[in-house]
Design a protein around this ligand. Structure first.
Ligand code: CS2
Ligand code: MG
Length: 403
């Protein structure tokens, strides 16, 4: 079998997605997600201009060799653009291999380890009471776990508070919109939010929260300690993680479980966090962490230290990534939870898929491959529209902060 064609499809059914399609001389094809929110065209060019020429004529069954050809062979290793491109190639090749075997992808990984994939939904509100209502609504939809994010009094826009219900799309403007931030207001507000949430929802629903990189380590320790009475499933991205050692300081102050890693792109970004047991969940996922091949390595390292997986699953990761991640999730021995931000109907129409939601769980389906396709004709009706993620500035003096 040989790769006969490979092309990049950029479309925008409600938001921008980049998809790589690889075709073979035996009529099989596979697709991979290559979406990097706010930098989509960089990955599209990396693939079209630098990767695709190297793929033509290769044996698509040599997944491992092609992974290293693209990783070691690039010389300039790692980084979000490179690893999203490698992730897309890897995902498409696993899709082809599973189709050739006539099996759902999870069977090639080692078969299912659980009946379904527990997910968490996103409840957002402008204030505490609106957030409480949204968490209760998700619980009533059967979700076992819900992430709660609310507006903070005195701030104009805060991460995670969506535009309408069910969907959240942060890339909201053709140039970065500017949000303001106050750590003090946020630290005063957030414990109140979870005290109220536990009063309203009780203890049978997992509650999660995403700090989104905005605290210093000692502030994160303070917040983790303040949230201990409300037993969070995890506190996510509590502090920027370039300095993995920073999590040691948080660990010294709180037993609230810590999750990190959605912006990681290789095992090197989380090796120390995992080996020193500074975190409880690793958020890396298929599209941004080098595909199924590399994500399995991260999960296997994590399993040695009882760190569980918690794959990123925001709207800006396409149904192709979600579909492939579900096959990884149902196999992974140290699976923890899967994020599930629903895609819009127009997105789902462009990416028909075998997975489905039922009572707090996602099921990957039994279609050969990862079970997701792309309707290229429909995709062509949604041309790319430049969209940036916001930036954050400190409210009192305008210092550019972490968004
Ligand atoms: C968030 C993401 O889902 C999450 O945990 O951190 O929504 C993140 O803001 C986006 O993926 C950025 O594009
Ligand atoms: Mg996050």
């Amino acid at each position: 079998m040989k790769i006969s064609d490979a092309r990049v499809i950029v479309c925008s059914p409600g938001r921008n997605f980049v998809t790589l399609k690889i075709e073979t001389d035996e009529g099989l094809s596979g697709i991979g997600d290559a979406t990097l929110n706010g930098r989509e065209l960089a990955v599209a060019s990396y693939l079209s201009d630098h990767v695709v020429p190297c793929l033509l004529g290769r044996d698509p069954q040599q997944i491992e060799d092609i992974w290293h050809y693209l990783y070691r062979g690039a010389y300039w290793r790692r980084g979000p653009v490179t690893m999203a491109a490698i992730g897309a190639v890897d995902t498409a090749l696993w899709d082809i291999k599973a189709k050739a075997a006539g099996m759902p992808l999870y069977q090639l990984l080692g078969g299912r380890s659980r009946s379904g994939v527990m997910v968490y939904g996103h409840a957002n509100g402008r204030d505490i009471e609106e957030t409480v209502d949204e968490v209760l609504r998700y619980r009533d939809m059967g979700y076992l776990a819900v992430r709660a994010q609310s507006g903070v009094p005195g701030l104009n826009a805060v991460y995670g508070v969506g535009r309408g219900r069910m969907f959240y799309e942060p890339a909201d403007a053709a140039l970065p919109s500017e949000h303001d931030w106050s750590t003090e207001k946020y630290l005063d507000h957030t414990p109140r939010l979870f005290e109220r949430l536990r009063q309203a929802v009780g203890w049978d629903t997992h509650l999660l929260h995403d700090v989104h990189h905005r605290l210093t380590p000692i502030e994160a320790g303070r917040l983790g300690k303040a949230l201990e009475p409300y037993r969070l499933f995890w506190l996510e991205d509590a502090t920027p993680a370039e300095n993995q050692e920073a999590f040691r300081l948080i660990r010294q102050h709180t037993v609230t479980p810590l999750a990190v890693g959605e912006i990681f792109n290789t095992i090197w970004d989380c090796k120390d966090l995992i080996q020193n047991q500074l975190i409880d969940y690793i958020r890396a996922t298929v599209v941004h962490a080098g595909g199924i091949t590399h994500l399995r390595r991260i999960a296997d390292l994590a399993s040695l230290y009882q760190v569980r997986t918690g794959c990123h699953g925001a709207t800006d990761l396409s149904p192709v990534c979600l579909g492939a991640a579900l096959h990884f999730d149902i196999w992974a021995p140290n699976f923890g939870i899967q994020e599930y931000m629903r895609h819009t109907e127009e997105t789902d129409a462009v990416f028909p898929h075998a997975y489905h939601y039922e009572q707090g769980m996602l099921y990957p389906g039994e279609a050969p491959g990862h079970g997701v396709e792309i309707d290229e004709g429909l995709a062509a009706k949604y041309p790319y529209q430049r969209a940036y993620l916001p930036v954050n500035r400190l409210a009192h003096d305008g210092t550019l902060w972490h968004w």
